[in-house]
Design a protein around this ligand. Structure first.
Ligand code: HMG
Length: 542
């Protein structure tokens, strides 16, 4: 008989700094992004996209420190010795090194903090945009299922710092944070259902980050289409596997899933995803009094506009079909049948992302943490209130819709264990996300500080930037150059053609590190005795 394998403990870490999207940012960006209309921009970002605050990393934080913080929280919550872990995998698309695994850096930080040596540990990094950590989770589970593990726990960490160019439509969908999942047999949190996971991959250009760029390149509207199409295909494949393995037919699938968790680049995206997935499932439920008849009573166009993927042909060209489908999904999103379903089966998982933004690989697992935290909060209680003892989620099935641009979607499911409330009672994320002005500890950034942190890079071309700036100004003004300035231009040309890099100081942190892992310095030595230029030194700061 197969043993139960899944998530035993969860740890989440979000940096304390944030940018308020309703205040100075909106006033500064409105001329570029909304024709000067501040209220329109605020409305679009908070209602249309669904975020109001974005988490931002400080100068001493990066994907590795976030990962180590989340790992520490998962380990402490489980109360285990880190030496019981023999597999530590990090899923990230914002790596700190082009070669070394971020997981090895995390391992070093954990060893230093706990004062132990974590021997015989595999520490790979998984990269595939926002779905990397899901592939890491799958590998960790398979490894245990195959009996290849020597110790009881694997640690899977999703960690990222999301960055788009300033003053673009991507800017208000940034964010940062990490989620760590301790994976084991007989888990106390969530048992993952074996043999049901379904994966789709298509070679796509919706979102990517070339090696030379610190920010993502995105075709925004197209990225939404690719997300929805691949996720729908993955749900379809999942439904087939569920029917084959469990005998649950497509028309009964929606009822068999209690919570749908999606990758959340921004909260409205989960709404688009739910509309796409629910529409297909409700149309399949043609029994008298079933979801299909209620759906068609509330959204009469649904039967015609759902497109081939949902099982009802729309006819016409693919572009026309896609347009018709969008219109149907727009109407569906406003219908009572959808609003009720969304409020019950999706919304509790979105509470935290409105105040964090896109965590990239961690956002699906943040949705899980959000669901647990919401379930434990008695209705009407203050955010920091006592946790209820009742287990309203125990035994419920959660379906996960993971997505990574480029593009891949994976759907899998798990059922919540009886002890989940105990194991998640340490989660205090709603409280941690409360700003200082509201009695919390979260610190808002001014635009100047936010833009300084956004511009941070670890290295710069090794040439005299100030000299070049004055030459460029003279060229723009049509002023003749002195011979030394002509030499400066030649130096720049050679620096660009055969680049030599020098480490750039990161500048002061906005909040000095305290009780956290921090990037202490980046190596600059290149000598016969020691070479470490570009190497990152991390430490636990008590
Ligand atoms: P945009 O141009 O800012 O927004 O792009 P829009 O004009 O499409 O409007 C968005 C919504 O706001 C619409 O709602 C508007 O009507 C509404 P809808 O019609 O869809 O229901 N709206 C308003 N609502 C209230 N008051 C107003 C108002 N104005 C408009 N005043 C976009 C949005 C997401 C495309 C952009 O922000 C972007 O490019 N973001 C980055 C890409 C992204 O997040 N893509 C998501 C799918 S791909 C993915 O998830 C993978 C990813 O996480 C990366 C990875 O895998 O690694 C990104």
């Amino acid at each position: 008989m197969r043993s139960t394998i899944g998530i035993d403990s969860i740890g989440v870490y979000v940096p304390r700094l944030y940018l308020d999207l309703t205040d100075e940012w909106a006033r500064t960006r409105a001329p570029v992004l909304a024709g000067g209309d501040v209220q329109k921009l605020v409305g679009k970002v908070t209602d249309g996209v669904g975020v109001r605050r974005m988490a931002v990393v400080d100068a001493h934080q990066d994907c590795a420190t976030l990962a180590a913080m989340a790992a520490k929280r998962a380990i402490d919550a489980a109360g285990i010795d880190p030496r019981e872990i023999d597999y530590l995998a990090v899923g990230t698309e914002t790596t700190v090194d082009q070669s070394k695994s971020t997981a090895a850096y995390v391992l070093g930080m954990l060893e230093q903090h706990y004062g132990v040596r974590m021997a015989d540990v595999g520490a790979p990094q998984f990269q595939f945009a926002c779905i990397g950590a899901t592939y890491a989770l799958e590998a960790a589970v398979s490894r245990i299922r195959a009996g290849d593990h020597a110790k009881p726990y694997a640690l899977v960490i999703a960690s990222d710092v999301s960055k788009y160019p300033l003053a673009t439509a991507g800017e208000y969908t940034q964010g940062a944070g990490a989620v760590a999942l301790l994976v084991s047999e007989n888990p106390r949190l969530l048992a993952l259902e074996p043999g049901l996971s379904a994966t789709i991959t298509r070679d796509e250009r919706d979102f990517f980050r070339p090696n030379w760029s610190a920010t993502a390149v995105v075709d925004g509207k197209y990225s939404i289409d690719v997300y929805l199409d691949t996720l729908e295909a993955a749900f379809h494949a999942y439904a087939e596997r569920v029917e084959g393995a469990l005998g649950i037919v497509a028309s009964r699938l929606y009822g068999a899933i209690d919570h749908f968790l999606f990758h959340v680049p921004f909260p409205r995206m989960a709404e688009y995803a739910a509309a796409r997935v629910f529409l297909g499932q409700w149309l399949a439920d043609a029994a008298p009094g079933g979801a299909r008849s209620r759906l068609l009573a509330e959204v009469p166009l649904a039967g015609a506009g759902a497109g081939a993927g949902a099982g009802a042909g729309a006819g016409g060209s693919p572009a026309g079909e896609a347009l018709q489908r969008k219109e149907v999904e727009r109407l569906l999103a406003k219908s009572p049948i959808f609003r009720e379903a969304f409020a019950r089966k999706v919304n509790p998982s979105l509470a935290l992302s409105r105040d964090i933004g896109n965590m990239y690989s961690g956002s699906l697992y943040l949705a899980l943490a959000s669901l647990f935290e919401q379930a434990q909060r008695p209705a009407g209680a203050p955010p920091a209130g006592a946790f209820s003892a009742g287990p309203p989620l125990a035994g419920q099935r959660i379906a996960f819709g993971s997505y990574g641009s480029g593009a891949s979607a994976k759907v899998f499911s798990g059922s919540v264990m009886a002890d989940y409330a105990k194991v998640t009672s340490h989660l205090r994320l709603t409280e941690e996300l409360r700003p200082q002005a509201e009695g919390g500890t979260r610190v808002p950034l001014s635009m100047a500080d936010y833009e300084r942190l956004h511009a941070l890079t670890d290295a710069e071309l090794d040439y005299d930037g100030a000299a070049i700036d004055s030459v460029m100004q003279k060229l723009r003004d049509g002023v003749a150059l002195a011979p030394s300035e002509v030499a400066a231009v030649a130096a720049l040309r050679s620096a660009v053609q055969s680049p030599k890099w020098r480490v750039r100081p990161r500048g002061a942190s906005i909040l000095a590190p305290r009780a956290e892992f921090a990037l202490e310095r980046i190596g600059t030595t290149s000598s016969a005795e020691r070479t470490d230029t570009g190497y990152r030194y991390y430490a636990w700061v008590p």
